[in-house]
Design a protein around this ligand. Structure first.
Ligand code: ATP
Ligand code: MG
Ligand code: MG
Length: 357
């Protein structure tokens, strides 16, 4: 059978490998870390650096199609692979989303609304950034590259705090004005080889210290805003000539139909984990189907769901959760080290679909 290559060895890669196995594929996972959760379930594992051109070429030669589970795979590595084997989504989608400055510019060029922002690349940019901050009162300085799970972010409300945070990061940043949103939702969309886009129902996302804690479907958000968000995600996917599952995070503004794009994840997304239990075809299976050019499966939801991440020492409670709720669907990622805020597992709990009033 065919072999699907996956760059990245985290829990997302692990779920992709399981979904690929369900469809009869072999998987080859490429990761720079020896203890990668996805290695435990893949058919083959390649532990090598993303700058090792020989290993990259070898890996690509070995795979019939390649995808990735995290957007910070160096774009150069994806390009080397793409010379030999089709890579979906395109390297361009990773390159754009691994840099918040490029991502904001992409969104602005598409005419989509985001939080207000200014780019802070040099000390000279701090003058305009301080004026921007004075105008907005509170802001979040985000490092342009490599930030995730709220890492590389600082909340600032004075010029002094801004300067300290920028000096501390010592790298290009984006300063965003603090948005007073009503709630956060995301769109988990799948774009197939034919260009048609399907979107799951939007989960409502609740964070703890900037880290996703719970995703809840249905979201407490008017259907019009969910549809608006789904349409935006479809436009983003089309603009990227995308193939696969895509996550787009949104801020829902109070009243009206206004939504702001927070960020794009060109991959399966944590806020879509509930699709494994609450939908006939999960985000992972649909991603695999898309990258191999198979028909996209139904994104219909047969249950309401609450997905709770087990962050850091939360994971120690897994037995209590199973004792309390026989219907709780537990996932443990096989990570050995418990660190504060680290995603070590998650639990999905279903309930019958609530009747619309
Ligand atoms: P991840 O990639 O893990 O989702 P991240 O580190 O890229 O996270 P963001 O999504 O940018 O971080 O921000 C994390 C959370 O912080 C958001 O989901 C939101 O709750 C809050 N946040 C971020 N930017 C803003 C903003 N401009 N105004 C208000 N809240 C914000
Ligand atoms: Mg992010
Ligand atoms: Mg985010």
């Amino acid at each position: 059978g065919a072999t699907i290559g996956i760059f990245g060895g985290g829990q997302l890669g692990r779920f992709l490998a399981v979904a690929a196995a369900k469809l009869g594929f072999r998987t080859a996972v490429y990761s720079s870390k020896e203890d990668s959760p996805a290695f435990q379930v893949a058919s083959q594992h390649w532990c090598a650096s993303y700058t090792d051109e020989v290993a990259l070429a070898d890996f690509a030669q070995n795979c019939d199609v390649i995808t990735f589970e995290f957007e910070n795979v160096p774009a150069a590595a994806l390009q080397i692979a793409a010379l030999r084997t089709p890579v979906w989504p395109r390297a361009r989608a990773a390159a754009m989303t691994q840099d918040r400055i490029a991502e904001k510019r992409f969104l602005t060029a598409l005419g989509l609304d985001t939080a207000p922002y200014v780019v802070v690349e040099t000390d000279a940019d701090l003058v305009a950034a301080a004026a921007f901050l004075a105008q907005h009162g509170r802001g979040i300085l985000k490092i342009a590259r490599e930030g995730y799970d709220g890492k590389g972010q600082a909340r600032v409300s004075s010029e002094a705090e801004l300067r300290d945070a920028f000096a501390d990061f010592g790298a290009a940043c984006v300063l965003e004005g603090m948005v007073d949103f009503a709630l956060e939702i995301s769109v988990i969309a799948v774009r197939g080889a034919d260009g048609a886009v399907s979107a799951y129902d939007c989960p409502e996302n609740r964070h703890r210290d900037g880290i996703l804690h719970q995703s809840i479907v249905p979201a407490a958000c008017p259907p019009a805003q969910q549809v608006a968000a789904q349409e935006i995600a479809a436009r983003i996917a089309a603009a990227l000539d995308y193939r696969g599952t895509l996550g787009v995070e949104f801020f829902v503004m109070p009243g009206g139909e206004h939504v702001l794009v927070n960020e794009i994840a060109p991959r399966v997304h944590n806020s879509g984990h509930w699709t494994m239990e609450a939908c006939v075809i999960s985000q992972f299976e649909n991603h695999i189907r898309a990258v191999v050019g198979w028909p996209i499966g139904s994104v219909e939801r047969h249950s309401d769901a609450v997905m709770t991440n087990l962050l850091g020492s939360d994971v120690l409670e897994w037995q209590d959760i199973l004792n309390r709720d026989a219907g709780a669907s537990l996932h443990l990622y096989g990570k050995s080290e418990i660190k504060d805020g680290r995603k070590l597992g998650h639990v999905t709990q279903l309930s019958p679909v609530e009747k619309q009033p």
